[in-house]
Design a protein around this ligand. Sequence first.
Ligand SMILES: Cc1cc2nc3c(=O)[nH]c(=O)nc-3n(C[C@H](O)[C@H](O)[C@H](O)COP(=O)(O)OP(=O)(O)OC[C@H]3O[C@@H](n4cnc5c(N)ncnc54)[C@H](O)[C@@H]3O)c2cc1C
Length: 468
Amino acid sequence: MAKEPSWWLDDAFESETNAAPCPPLEGDARADICIVGGGYTGLWTALRLKELEPSLDILLIEAKYCGYGASGRNGGVLLDWATKFAILAQYCGTQEAVRLHRLARDNVAEIETFCAGNGIDCELRRDGWLWTSNNAAQDDVWRPTLDLLDKAGEHPFVEMGTAEAQARAGSPVVRGAVFEPGVGTLQPAKLARGLRRVALTKGVRIHEGTRMTRLERGSPPRVHTPNGIITAKRVILGLNAWAAEMPRFRRTILPLASDQLMTARIPELLAKIGMRDGMFFSDSRLLVFGGRTTKDGRLNFSKGGGDFVFRGQVGAVWDEPARREREVTDLLHKVYPALRGVKLEGSWRGPVTRTPTGLPFFGAFEDCPDILYGHGYCGNGVGPSRIGGRILASLALERKDEWSSIPLAQGQPDKRFPPEPFRYVGAYMVRGAVVRKEAAEDAGRKPNPVDTLLAGFAPTSLVPVNTE
Ligand SMILES: Cc1cc2nc3c(=O)[nH]c(=O)nc-3n(C[C@H](O)[C@H](O)[C@H](O)COP(=O)(O)OP(=O)(O)OC[C@H]3O[C@@H](n4cnc5c(N)ncnc54)[C@H](O)[C@@H]3O)c2cc1C
């Protein structure tokens, strides 16, 4: 089982030779821009800033090490925003949704080009995504999204019949599917560690093991750490789920755990059931499950919708093996009966974020515009966090461009989650109802109407498929 919080991180560290050390900050420091958080958001932001203004002095601090958070634990599914098209259209209008959809699609190819050009071997394979139905309630669930995309002149998905979809997924539980080519999968921790390496070569100063203990609003803002204070013209927070620990984000960020499993190497078995490439396969339920292979022939299987934390206090509570390991393993066996008896070599959890809109958001503190933030990718951040980095860099440099003008860059959404303790209690009530509703649907029964009603309160981000 994993030494670090995920199998991916163990694997990445094993192949990371001669990594430059990034020792904790000792003493006070100054910088043009201080970035807090060494995940994809923080690292892509640092890289974009350096691309726009190479002379900027950027200091990035990370509480543990780069990739420790969701960026080193996720399913490595590299998507665009095709499934978010409906909510994007609702939030920004159809024309802007089309622009964002294309931008997110191009972003996938650009990540591939960036990795190839910078020697980041994160095992990226653009073999597509199979969005499947696994019970009658899920049949054709993609239709409204496809219709909306069609009407806007966008056609990212190809429809598939049952036999072809089953063969492609390698699973008999599949009833039908749509396939999106061009997207893909990667080794997430290798991407995070690769971005760290490239950021260092571009001159970004990184201090790992350096937690922000207090954020002092002011002009300039100051970031307190255990052994020094950083004064910077701008501070950028790339904290993801940990942002929910700050009272100001408590009602717009809902962190929840997601569970992941990794099998032993079984390349022959995977090839036999038809899983020959780096395609991602998911079902269509709110508490989505999904599977993908690794380049060395394992299956990484995931199940969303784990537990919540009271008042957003994420800390290190999800740095442990998957709590639902047994349940998720049973599900894996149901989806892939041929894999019964295959050994597991990893089981872990990590913090996913939900927002009231189902979309990430970016902005500046209203009471201190020199402090910026960006988070809330709702289980789809591997690709979009690079867009986040572009938005944050443009905001930090006060550039009026295609990135800073994105409607998602206008700060926290007006829509809010309820205050505590209602949020915590309510989240469990809604999740319980979703679990019961989906179990009834799996069994071909009509769900209890109360469960259906309560399940309707799940944040809209759960409706379009996410990849956690
Ligand atoms: C289990 C799981 C599966 C997922 N699967 C997918 C997927 O397949 N595809 C997809 O697109 N998305 C997926 N996601 C979502 C995706 O991983 C995230 O959206 C993305 O990694 C967010 O990057 P980030 O940099 O914003 O956050 P993170 O990677 O979480 O980085 C935040 C960093 O901030 C640091 N930090 C926190 N507090 C402090 C502090 N006080 N001082 C200094 N540093 C601090 C943390 O240590 C952490 O490293 C998944 C997420 C999880 C958890």
